[in-house]
Design a protein around this ligand. Structure first.
Ligand code: F6R
Ligand code: ZN
Length: 183
C-alpha cells in the first residue's frame, strides 16, 4: 500500500540481513595449497581471516532463471609476496556467466579459459567486469586496505573448485618490488 520499505544494504557489517542470506568466511587454513610459497604459508597463523562472502540467495541452488548476489571482502595481506586471493573456480555449469564490480579498495581479477590462457583486469571502486562462460575467475587484493566487490551470477551456475584446487591458475599475482606482477 502506502508504506515505503527499507531496502537491503550491500556493504560490509550491516548488509543483506534476513532470509536467504549466507555468510561464509575463508581463513588461511581453508586455503592450503593455493599459494606457491608453502614455507611462508606454514609460518603464518592458520586462523588469519583472508576473505568473507555474504550472499543473497533468494531461490534454491540450481533453480533455472534465478539470479544470486554476493559481496566478497578480501583482507590485505600476502603469503610470500603472493597477494591474499579467493580460491577461484569455474562454474559447475561451465557456460554460466557472471558480473563483478568493484566497491572498495584495489585488486585484480584473474581470468583463465579452458586452454589455460590467463588475463587480468584491475578492480577499484566503480570498476565493472563481465566474466564470460567457460572462464575461471579469482580475485586478489593488491592494496593496503580491504577490497570489496559485488558479484551477480545465475542460480544454476554452481561452483567447480576441484579443477583449480588440482591444477591452479597458469599465472600468479606476485608483489615484485611493490608492483603487482602476473607471472
Ligand atoms: C560466485 C562468485 C563469487 C565468489 C566469491 C568467493 O560465482 O564468483 O561470489 O564465490 O568471490 O570466491 P571463491 O568462490 O572462488 O572462493
Ligand atoms: Zn563465479
Amino acid at each position: 500500500d502506502t508504506i515505503i520499505n527499507e531496502p537491503k544494504r550491500v556493504f560490509r557489517d550491516d548488509h543483506l540481513g534476513g532470509e536467504g542470506v549466507d555468510k561464509s568466511i575463508r581463513k588461511l587454513k581453508d586455503l592450503r595449497g593455493i599459494f606457491k610459497d608453502e614455507r611462508a604459508f606454514e609460518n603464518m597463523d592458520p586462523e588469519t581471516l583472508v576473505y568473507e562472502v555474504i550472499s543473497y540467495l533468494p531461490v534454491k541452488e540450481g533453480t533455472q532463471g534465478g539470479v544470486y548476489f554476493g559481496v566478497t571482502s578480501i583482507f590485505p595481506g600476502s603469503v610470500g609476496g603472493e597477494y591474499f586471493m579467493t580460491k577461484g573456480h569455474f562454474h559447475a555449469m561451465i557456460d554460466r556467466t557472471e558480473f563483478y564490480w568493484g566497491i572498495k579498495g584495489e585488486g585484480v581479477l584473474i581470468l583463465m579459459d579452458e586452454q589455460r590462457r590467463v588475463w587480468a583486469e584491475k578492480m577499484f571502486p566503480g570498476s565493472f567486469h563481465y566474466i564470460p562462460g567457460r572462464v575461471a575467475h579469482r580475485v586478489a587484493n593488491t592494496g593496503k586496505e580491504l577490497l570489496s566487490f559485488a558479484a551477480s551470477w545465475p542460480s544454476d551456475a554452481g561452483h567447480n573448485y576441484e579443477e583449480i584446487a588440482r591444477n591452479g591458475f597458469a599465472k600468479r599475482l606476485i608483489d615484485i618490488n611493490g608492483v603487482a606482477s602476473l607471472i
